[in-house]
Design a protein around this ligand. Sequence first.
Ligand SMILES: [Fe+2]
Ligand SMILES: [Fe+2]
Length: 200
Amino acid sequence: MNWNQFIKDLFKLVEPYLETRGDLLHTQVAHKYSLLLLEEEGGDKRIVEPAVILHDVGWSRLKPEKIKVAYGVRAAGETAKRLNRVHELEGAKIARALLNEKKYDPALTDRIALIIERHDSGKETDSLEEKVVKDSDRLWRFSKVGYYQEMERQSTDSEERFRFLSKHLGTWFFTETARKVADEELKKRFQESGNAKHKT
Ligand SMILES: [Fe+2]
Ligand SMILES: [Fe+2]
């Protein structure tokens, strides 16, 4: 199998599923982070890369107005939790179907589907691969493009966003590399907001 071609094909395949919530950019950035984490922390790319690319396809099963309830800084309560579970479970189903369609190794497909099934709600991780996927997903929020996109999406200001991320920095990540990257990125976001204030 030509791996690079497979990854390209997979991105094409998920694109329509990521339109609902506008998650293509999120997925591309998370995928880039996963390559860095694979390099620094190890893990099986045959599990990590497809899992990252496919992890949010489940949002395509929810209506846009429900997505707003399910997701975000202010998301709380049973409804939000339930809808978030829907995106995980439906995502795992779609991922299985797409990987089967590509005749992907069934044992690897199982591992990938399990990671997707609890990528947000799962408090524990079974494997290095799962850690790397979850960390890549969350690093997006600290990246320049992710930080500002999430701010807009959730109608928060920079201060609120910064506080939210600082609060979770110490507990969200499973790998040392991800924690370090998040810390560095957050420092940059802080400087940017300081500069912005001086300009106005
Ligand atoms: Fe997700
Ligand atoms: Fe995600």
